[in-house]
Design a protein around this ligand. Structure first.
Ligand code: F6R
Length: 575
């Protein structure tokens, strides 16, 4: 979702902020913009296209700039609605990530005399700032805003007259990186090699950057930010011969899994698991699907009662106990639905163990303990390697209690992945058979049904083909009415014992559905795709790669924008 960045250089050297903004591209966006401040004048460039297009338009360079990638919430995708956005008097220019829930009300109460050019909630913030600055200094005005604005936000405002760069945040991430220069951004990935320390702002902190110094406030009092040292690592964002990041990331999975084989959990985490009577997993999207597998593992391997919940639904369920362990899973660590729940749990002093793909993020900061899956940046919007890695970490956690981790079978299972990576022709063939369809079912029973959920989501995300995942036995209770001749149905089968699956295949074949079977070699059934798995519960490893490849090749045939599917954002920072 939206990414914001502000750069304040220590001298008058000029800088192209757009190289840093491009590091936020992976979050997903539909338009972008930048403002350079030069000799008390704003120079603004916008595009409803990619940052590369913005680079072509931008004709200035400055040592003071703000920039933005927008994922539209209020107002359509247009140059007008793209940020930065000016206040009425033209003194202030803002970039904003998040949603102001009470913007309408605030507009009505304070800004009736203001003229609005955009349809955004952001324009309300910058005009409110102008409004309060008429009778207060800027810091007091930010304090007033911290009390008035409801919702999630991180914003940066550039002041044309003073050269100050103001900022404030609540719920949405904002991090200040300091070195020779100062970069303030939604994500540390936007930092450059000059950043040697960082400070993650807490909610309702605000302040300004002037002459390369940071002034920080909370509740009208100046506070001292404690910067933590930072070692810049230029993540490998090259395609290295792959056609898409999604493809590259699927291939990276094997080595990342290998790295985790011997990973040891710290003793606090082991104690947390061993002492848990019940484990509740919470996440969104693909991470929720990893959570479903996790709860299956805890129930089957450790006899710890466990269930998984979708983050945005969790608050509607209240049957949990004070001694439950909560495991929250989030690739980005910034998913607003999950942050909301983590805050509620934290306020009730629950034990929260988070599984994230970095250590510097909101969810890991809020949790009692964190496991970093350390999968490297995932640039494709559709999660691939992080699904497999998070599921693997959950598998290992579930093995702790009864000491069931069988390293040998994990090593063998991972070694077998080469066969999958070398069999792309069969996924391409399957993709050719399905890509012209409008609808599709993924069917499985038990464990396999959990795999189907991820297969269906992955296909929808990047191919835009409607698909549903369903339990084999449940199909006959209604949805079978959709089955007509040649309706495509893909089965995942990891276990001979799933009688419902075998019955369902017969039922659908007799209705002339087009049945495709993906099974492990332990299952005695003729299959379109066979994968090796050394242990039924590890089948998610080969299955995940196969389901990702099927989606990938289907989307490729459809000529879709695979790494940046329409409407989707990598980091969903709004509720
Ligand atoms: C699917 C996908 C999304 C995310 C979901 C949660 O490929 O990427 O469904 O899994 O938005 O994101 P995180 O894991 O960052 O909390």
């Amino acid at each position: 979702m939206c990414g914001i960045i502000g750069c304040s250089l220590h001298d008058n050297s000029k800088y192209n902020i757009l190289s840093q903004l491009a590091k936020l591209e992976y979050r997903g966006y539909d338009s972008c913009g930048v403002t350079d401040l030069i000799n008390n004048q704003f120079f603004t460039f916008k595009s409803t296209n990619r940052i590369s297009d913005l680079k072509n338009k931008k004709t200035t360079l400055s040592n003071l700039s703000i920039a933005h990638t927008r994922w539209a919430t209020h107002g359509n995708v247009s140059t007008k609605n793209a940020h930065p956005i000016l206040s009425n008097n033209g003194n202030y220019s803002i970039v904003h990530n998040g949603i102001i829930e009470n913007y309408d009300k605030l507009k009505e109460v304070y800004l009736s005399a203001f003229r609005f050019i955009t349809e955004t909630d952001t324009e309300v913030i910058v005009n409110l700032f102008e409004y309060f600055c008429k009778t207060n200094d800027e810091i007091d005005s930010l304090y007033i805003l911290s009390k008035l604005l409801k919702g999630s936000y991180a914003f940066i405002i550039l002041d044309k007259k003073s050269d100050n760069m103001y900022f404030m945040k609540n719920k949405s991430p904002l991090i200040i990186g300091k070195g020779q220069d100062i970069i303030i951004a939604s994500d540390i990935l936007a930092f450059d090699k000059n950043v040697s320390s960082y400070y993650r702002l807490n909610d309702f902190e605000y302040g300004y950057i002037k002459n390369n110094k940071v002034f920080l406030y909370h509740n009208n009092k100046q506070i001292k930010p404690s910067f933590i040292s930072f070692i810049y690592s230029n993540y490998n964002n090259q395609l290295n011969g792959y056609n898409h990041y999604m493809e590259k990331e699927i291939y990276e999975t094997k080595d990342l899994l290998k790295k985790q084989i011997d990973f040891k959990f710290d003793s606090d985490i082991i104690n947390l698991i061993n002492s848990s009577k019940r484990i509740i997993l919470i996440a969104s999207g693909t991470s929720y699907h990893a959570g479903l597998l996790g709860s299956y593992f805890f129930n089957h391997l450790s006899n710890i009662e466990s269930s998984a919940y979708i983050a945005c639904e969790f608050e509607y369920f209240d049957y949990y106990n004070s001694d439950d362990l909560f495991i929250v899973i989030s690739q980005s660590g910034e998913t607003a639905d999950l942050i909301k729940i983590v805050n509620i749990l934290k306020n009730h002093n629950h034990n929260i163990l988070s599984i994230t793909n970095s250590i510097i993020n909101t969810i890991s900061t809020l949790s009692s303990k964190n496991i970093n899956i350390d999968a490297g940046i995932e640039i494709a919007v559709a999660s691939t390697k992080t699904y497999t890695l998070s599921s693997f970490i959950l598998y290992k956690l579930a093995c702790i209690k009864n000491n069931l981790y069988d390293k040998r079978s994990v090593i063998n299972c991972i070694a077998e992945l080469d066969n999958i990576y070398n069999s792309t022709d069969i996924y391409k063939d399957l993709a050719k058979s399905i890509y012209k369809n409008k609808n599709l079912f993924f069917l499985g029973s038990g464990y396999d049904n959990l795999i189907c959920k991820e297969a269906s989501l992955k296909l929808k995300e990047i191919s835009y083909i409607h698909s549903e995942s369903m339990s084999c036995g449940e199909l006959k209770h209604g949805s079978i009415s959709l089955i007509t001749k040649d309706f495509p149905v893909i089965y995942f089968i990891s276990d001979n014992g799933y009688k419902n699956t075998l019955n369902s295949i017969e039922e659908l074949k007799s209705r002339h559905a087009k049945v495709y079977i993906i099974s492990t070699n332990n299952v005695e059934i003729e299959s379109d795709i066979k994968v090796s798995s050394t242990n039924d519960l590890l089948s998610f490893i080969p299955f995940s790669i196969v389901l990702q490849f099927i989606s990938y090749y289907t989307a490729l045939l459809l000529n879709n924008d695979i790494d940046k599917p329409r409407n989707l954002a990598k980091s969903v920072t709004v509720l």
